[in-house]
Write a new protein. Structure first.
Length: 183
């Protein structure tokens, strides 16, 4: 794959991850368990699915998963589990700490850099079915989808911080901290 495309993809994908990191680091302890939206009482999904910490975890889990070579072999690093795949919306056994999620973010950021740096034209065009339902996309399109997913949740987190007048260091992230793709 052309260097321009890989560098540009990383520049914007890395910016989305950096935006998520800024939200993670800016969140005061008082908001760590705050819900971003209400969950109806009759909804079978646990209400904490909308908690600040969980949204960060959710974004990181799927970021990691969509970067995987073989979805069927995916396993997140400890202490994280595959509970996120449960269609009943099963939450982790306990809320994850800021430090655990920051470590996961650092891991996923490096995985993203490495994955995009190794993306060849052939690999970018390869169809893959991450959902296991026959809906394939090229690996390249999956990474655009992945980037949008990270940015969506980072934006939700930033909205909550803004509603509580909590400043986020760095403001708008136009490009990844390290444009070269290596940390």
């Amino acid at each position: 794959m052309d260097t321009l495309w890989r560098t540009t993809l990383w520049s914007q994908f890395g910016a989305a991850i950096d935006t998520l990191e800024n939200a993670l680091l800016a969140c005061p302890d008082a908001l760590w368990h705050q819900r971003l939206w209400s969950v109806p009482a009759d909804d079978p999904v646990p209400p904490d699915i909308a908690a600040y910490w969980y949204l960060i975890y959710h974004a990181l889990f799927w970021l990691d998963y969509y970067l995987s070579d073989a979805p069927q072999d995916f396993a997140p690093p400890a202490p994280f589990t595959l509970a996120e795949f449960d269609p009943a919306g099963v939450l982790p056994e306990r809320p994850y700490t800021r430090e655990e999620l920051h470590t996961y973010l650092t891991y996923a950021r490096q995985k993203c850099q490495s994955t995009l740096a190794a993306l060849t034209d052939e690999r970018a065009r390869q169809p893959i079915d991450f959902w296991g339902n026959g809906q394939t996309m090229s690996r390249f399109e999956w990474q655009l989808y992945n980037m949008r997913h990270v940015q969506e949740h980072a934006s939700q987190l930033h909205l909550l911080l803004g509603q509580h007048a909590i400043p986020v260091a760095g403001g708008w992230v136009a490009r990844a901290r390290d444009i070269s793709g290596s940390q």
